[in-house]
Design a protein around this ligand. Structure first.
Ligand SMILES: NC(=O)c1ccc[n+]([C@@H]2O[C@H](COP(=O)([O-])OP(=O)(O)OC[C@H]3O[C@@H](n4cnc5c(N)ncnc54)[C@H](O)[C@@H]3O)[C@@H](O)[C@H]2O)c1
Length: 342
């Protein structure tokens, strides 16, 4: 159950408030930090920088720490006893890696989140915004996906995220933790100022890899499967701009300030695009051809995933305003061109 929040304030002010952003050196975390700072808040980044980047931490202090280390996690939280709201984005994210090395995935994602919840409870931080994923849903024809859809994840990655969702629900019930769990669909695009963007290594996401192929860099794009049951045979996904995801976090804070105590919310646009549609759009925006090679399906990929985003709209009064495909590709291209010097 959730409570309706007050009417949205697009300029919600966070002046004087500190936030711990775990995984704030990563792609989405850095955009969340920037948005928090733009609203007057101070993001304090906790990260082990195994996948994230110190150069992406620009809006507040950081602590180099590892969630897998319970003592270190608690000590990092104890340095900031006044923080009430924690944004948790740290996790292993590469779906194929999860299938090959589930032990590492469960340790990093599930044990890591458990250590985080214990540290929050010990220090009295009682509000959490958690980055879950559409990969917690299973293969289904029920599109667009509602939050009430059965969660039957196909991948180890999705299973770890679902386990964390359940832990958070238990902490809510037993210990009064207030939370918003966001099930992101495909985060994409980059900061409009070109300051930060997607820098995964290895990069497995379609848009940066297709842009790389368009720029004539790397080994070319691999397209995993053209025999899916979709209009053109390629997988369909829901691409939401990373700045819209960042803004949704501000609206979640606002809603919790207004009394929201728990919610699971899809974060998507409601629109699905196939891999080939994305490639065509990239060719249009960049004016360059995207060379690609067709390979077999990849383990863990579902046929199609796109969100029913009515609940986030209702609870947070949130609309993804930057998520046209054109804007997503333009901002990503702008960031990557500078980074690659092309
Ligand atoms: N990118 C997407 O499209 C997408 C979609 C759905 C959900 N998500 C979720 O959003 C979150 C952020 O994704 P992202 O694309 O920004 O990933 P990312 O890899 O860029 O960022 C994750 C950050 O967490 C840090 N981290 C990982 N394990 C840690 C640990 N044990 N201790 C401390 N720091 C640790 C990494 O160093 C990195 O900075 C993840 O939880 C991911 O599962 C992302």
């Amino acid at each position: 159950m959730f409570q309706a929040a007050a009417i949205s304030n697009p300029n919600y002010n966070l002046t004087g408030q500190d936030f711990i952003v775990v995984g704030g050196g990563g792609y989405i975390g850095a955009h969340v930090c920037k948005r928090l700072a733009e609203r007057g808040g101070r993001p304090i980044v906790f990260d082990n920088f195994e996948a994230g980047h110190e150069h992406a931490v620009k809006w507040g202090p950081f602590e180099t720490m590892d969630l897998r280390d319970r003592g270190q996690t608690r000590a990092a939280f104890q340095k900031y006893p006044n923080v009430k709201t924690v944004i948790h984005l740290a996790s292993s994210i590469e779906v194929g890696e999860g299938e090959r090395a589930p032990e590492e995935f469960y340790e990093n994602n599930v044990s890591g989140a458990f250590n985080l919840l214990m540290a929050m409870r010990a220090t009295g931080a009682d509000r959490l915004i958690f980055s879950s994923t559409c990969a917690t849903y299973g293969e289904t024809q029920n599109m667009p996906l509602l939050e009430s859809e059965i969660q039957n994840p196909f991948s180890v990655y999705g299973k770890t995220k679902l386990a964390i969702e359940h832990m958070i629900q238990s902490y809510h019930k037993a210990y009064g933790l207030n939370y918003v769990t966001f099930r992101y669909f495909n985060a994409s695009g980059a900061d409009e100022g070109g300051e930060i963007g997607e820098e995964h290594d290895p990069e497995t996401h379609l848009i940066p890899n297709a842009l790389k192929a368009a720029a004539g860099l790397g080994k070319g794009l691999k397209l995993f499967g053209t025999d899916y049951d979709t209009a053109d045979g390629t997988c369909v996904r829901d691409y939401i701009h990373v700045s819209d995801i960042a803004e949704a976090h501000i609206q979640a804070i606002r809603a919790m300030d207004g009394g929201l105590t728990q919610a699971e919310l899809n974060l998507g646009t409601g629109e699905g695009y196939s891999v080939l549609q994305i490639i065509n759009a990239i060719e249009k925006v960049t004016g360059l051809p995207v060379p690609y090679e067709v390979g077999p399906r990849r383990d863990g990929d579902l046929t199609q995933l796109y969100a029913n985003s009515a609940k986030a709209r209702k609870i947070l009064d949130f609309t993804p305003e930057n998520s046209t495909l054109e804007n997503i590709i333009e901002t990503a291209w702008n960031f990557h061109r500078c980074k690659w010097g092309v």
